[in-house]
Design a binder for this molecule. Structure first.
Ligand code: NAG
Ligand code: NAG
Length: 453
């Protein structure tokens, strides 16, 4: 087709701007010229169907009669798989049931080269079912930016790839492959997780911790943070592992091999040489939201030096009894900074020796907060707060008297030493109420780590 005159062009520009400003980018082309042409025909298609929907042509289904070898997957690969001819890596796949979140669909956690998002090219999903001999191809998939980095467009960033389930086929696929063409030999393979319908335990909590990287070596901190969160009520802990030192690895192994613990270590081997925002960590956090939200109503996302602390109750469960409402999608805990104290006490526990904190939340509001999600109300999340909740869900900013985010950062953030006059510190020994149990649990785990070879 041909571009004819200014109006079409303007329409295209508006369309492009619209598309690329929103969180859902659905672009298909191999070159800039092709891109315009494709978008043009796309535009025509949308005019033809009479409505501009975000879903686009994402539901086209083909039976791949030449794909009869069914994959056998014992466990998920937990690695980044390159989609051929596309600057896209896929990591994991989840069954999405929520209609208001593009379901029923397979939601794929991916990391992609952001500068290519307009030219990324179509992506097709191939799905395998227990009860069906052929692969089913669906697509082009919805290509959905989780985090558009305006500061660093030339980097790998977190995406969802969403493939709507074909109607009329019974069941949920057990494996999915993402490829650049329909019915092409699969070069990626993901196990579909969360396949069975299940209702998460009410008032059950999971903790997700961002990937450890840079050969993380503070293994005692790992123990303290895990044990502290168990006291707060985390029933399951999932941590992502990029790189860690030998003793940290041993510590993690000591937890994962202990049948009385519910600790998962998810390998996150993001390629070292790729530019990204901390190893595409937002993809890890979104992965965790879906991974843990399947079992637990609440999923809390933090870094290792942060704790969401109830100030009027002892546990997260009791806290939720006070404040929870079904339409709340996120509980945002405001930030207070605790000066890290490196005392010589044995055992040295950060939470039991760092007692001086800013007298107020800094800054007030959600900017530096950390969040506890009601998982079934959350769709995509950032490090601090949600990007997208379910259409009817609302945000809740936790009053600091009720609960707050304790941040035990190793060195103060820039503004703390640049503008010391802005901050006043007060002594806050709140965490001592966990001290005896924490010390006991810490010593037990440290002993177990030492006994390992
Ligand atoms: C299946 O057939 C299609 C269409 O002819 C072709 O493009 C594709 O490469 C074939 N796939 C395999 C796995 O041979
Ligand atoms: C550091 O910890 C030691 C031992 O627990 C304590 O005596 C001291 O007051 C703490 N200092 C600060 C600034 O918190």
């Amino acid at each position: 087709m041909k571009l004819t005159g200014v109006p079409t062009f303007l329409l295209l520009v508006t369309y492009l701007t619209d598309r690329c400003r929103g969180s859902r980018l659905t672009c298909a082309a191999r070159s800039k010229r092709h891109q315009l042409l494709d978008l043009c025909s796309h535009l025509k298609l949308q005019r033809d169907v009479g409505a501009r929907t975000e879903k686009r042509s994402g539901d086209q289904v083909r039976v791949c009669r030449n794909m009869t070898t069914k994959p056998h997957l014992e466990k998920e690969p937990q690695t980044f798989q390159h989609v051929p001819d596309r600057k896209v890596m896929v990591f994991s796949a989840y069954y999405e049931t929520r209609r208001k979140a593009d379901g029923p669909a397979i939601r794929i956690i991916a990391c992609s080269w952001q500068a290519a998002y307009n030219t990324i090219g179509d992506l097709f999903c191939h799905m395998w079912y227990d009860s069906y001999d052929y692969a089913i191809s669906v697509g082009p998939a919805i290509y959905n930016v989780i985090y558009p980095s305006t500061l660093f467009p030339e980097s790998w960033c977190s995406h969802f790839i969403i493939c709507r389930l074909p109607r009329g086929i019974h069941g949920v696929p057990y494996a999915v492959s993402v490829g650049p063409r329909r019915c092409a030999t699969p070069k990626t393979m993901l196990m579909v997780l969360n396949r069975k319908r299940r209702v998460a335990q009410p008032n059950s909590h999971a903790l997700c911790i961002s990937p450890l990287y840079n050969y993380f070596h503070q293994w005692k901190m790992v123990i303290e943070v895990f044990e502290m969160h168990k006291l707060l009520g985390a029933k399951e802990i999932t941590i992502y592992l990029h790189t860690a030192g030998v003793t940290t690895l041993k510590t993690l192994q000591s937890y994962t091999t202990d049948k009385t613990e519910k600790v998962n270590v998810i390998n996150w081997p993001f390629p070292q040489s790729y530019d990204s925002s901390v190893n595409c960590q937002r993809a890890a956090l979104n992965d965790c939201l879906y991974r843990m939200g399947y079992y637990h109503r609440y999923v809390t996302i933090t870094d290792l030096d942060e704790i969401l602390v109830p100030r009027v109750t002892e546990t997260w469960q009791e806290l939720m009894k006070l404040v929870a409402k079904p339409d709340i999608g996120v509980y945002m805990f405001q930030h207070v900074y605790f000066r890290r104290n490196t005392s010589k006490e044995d055992p040295y526990l950060i939470t039991q020796s760092s007692f001086w904190r800013t007298d107020e939340v800094t800054p007030p509001g959600k900017i530096r907060c950390k969040s506890m999600y009601r998982a079934d109300n959350a769709i995509s999340i950032d490090l601090h707060f949600p990007y997208l909740l379910m259409p009817d869900a609302v945000e809740y900013l936790m009053p600091p008297e009720t609960a707050m985010l304790h941040h035990y950062r190793e060195d103060p953030m820039e503004s703390f030493y640049k503008h010391p006059e802005r901050y006043h510190y007060i002594e806050d020994r709140h965490m001592e109420k966990y001290k005896n149990r924490l010390v006991q649990a810490f010593k037990a785990r440290k002993g177990a780590v030492h006994k390992m070879k």
